[in-house]
Design a protein around this ligand. Sequence first.
Ligand code: OFO
Length: 176
Amino acid sequence: MKPNKINTKRSLSIETEKLLNKQIVMEGKSSAYYLSMASWCETEGYANASDFLYTHSDEERGHMLKLFRYVNEAGGHALQPEITNIKHTFGSLREVFEDVLKHEIKVTQSIHEIVDHCLSNKDYSTFGFLQWFVTEQREEETLARRALEIFDIIGEEGVGLWTIDQEIGKLHQNTP
Ligand code: OFO
């Protein structure tokens, strides 16, 4: 039996590298998407929601860079993503947060698919690296659901929207 050839240049398989580069696109898109939402909120006078989303956009860029570093350190090549088709206007503040939740659910699914792939291909290193993202996604989905609950509890009539914006600001301050 021939011994398995050891690749001394890289620990990452080509397939896993491709999946991680796809995830880089997703994180870059998250960052661009939340920046666009932050800008719309700011123009509509939702100052706290806007701050929340500006910060969130920065965090998503941080996630993208975390993936860049990992891919390159593991011998792959992280690729700067092309970001297109960003939504710039929204029908309401609620729509913004509904979009955040839908987007985060898609990101979670994507992370879980890569985790599955790593486990079945015995890539325990990438599997371990991705656990941070698994936890992060659970926290982000919880936060987006909490934001939508605020709309339901307070109601959007009268000063409702102003109060919702204040509460979203507090949500943001209480995030670790
Ligand atoms: Fe990157 O954490 Fe959400 O998308």
